[in-house]
Design a protein around this ligand. Sequence first.
Ligand SMILES: C[S@@+](CC[C@H](N)C(=O)[O-])C[C@H]1O[C@@H](n2cnc3c(N)ncnc32)[C@H](O)[C@@H]1O
Length: 308
Amino acid sequence: MMKVMIPPIKCQGIKSKLVPFIKRTVDWSFEGRWIEPFMGSGVVGFNIMPRNAVFADSNPHLINFYNAIATGKIDGLKVRKFLEQQGEILSSHGQNHYYEVRERFNQTQDPLDFLFLNRCCFNGMIRFNRQGDFNVPFGHKSQRFSKAYITKIVNQVDHVHVMSKQSHWSFICQDFRETLKEISEDDFVYCDPPYVGRHVDYFDSWDEEDEKYLFEILSHSPCKFILSTWHSNQYRENAFLKALWSGFHVLTKEHFYYVGAKEENRKPMLEAFVMNYIPKHLHEGPIERSEQLLLLEKVAESQSSEIE
Ligand SMILES: C[S@@+](CC[C@H](N)C(=O)[O-])C[C@H]1O[C@@H](n2cnc3c(N)ncnc32)[C@H](O)[C@@H]1O
């Protein structure tokens, strides 16, 4: 089993569980740049460990946070001190303290406050209201910041710091249209945009026009790309897969996501990976091939159960 390096920030749609699959599917010489226009938590690119990378996102708070780590403005020591202090106040004052930090963050946009909120808000969500203010409620765990939990976060911060120091990584706040303006043959593009119609907030929304624009750019891509999207769930199918992306190679993988924390609220979702090449593992070893067959069977099953 591959060990996945988990980043310090969580976000909805985080691909930690899919990293081993994506990593095996990436076919790249590492000569050019890893380009990730929708970095979110950064978990995919961080585990690819490219020498040169552009990590971009439309959410300035994610980018500020990673720039603060890359430049050393925040490091493991500072994070430990900050979370120990704030965690202690949280454990005695409870949610009042959470809401105080939230208000403070909305005025100062401090990356340490962002980390604190991300780690004790409801479900590790990132959501901003129409004024651009972070508005996720408290996650109801006043004792959240135990010594072990803080150490885990500190290690995650240090890991990103070391990797970004050893490599040429830039973190840029910009729209995907900008990020994808100058791509060249040796680059590799990994796109994980929001799903159409799923979730809308101040920094994070996605509609049909965006999907079509992305399709136009990727259709003319000089380099290899992978696009992560959804294939189907128990209720419906992603119509864009047929309408737009059907000329590309599509792999699928079953994934479970949780609505709340309860086991019975575990919902299956078939994820789709669209790419402009046939991944090497489909021509190689028997394990990979049988996995692919299994995946194809799952697609067939899900399609036939929808027809029934
Ligand atoms: C599904 S998340 C990416 C998750 C990421 N792959 C991970 O594993 O953590 C989509 C990201 O796209 C960003 N985003 C939304 N619209 C964007 C746009 N027009 N340009 C660039 N980024 C955008 C959101 O802020 C969000 O962080």
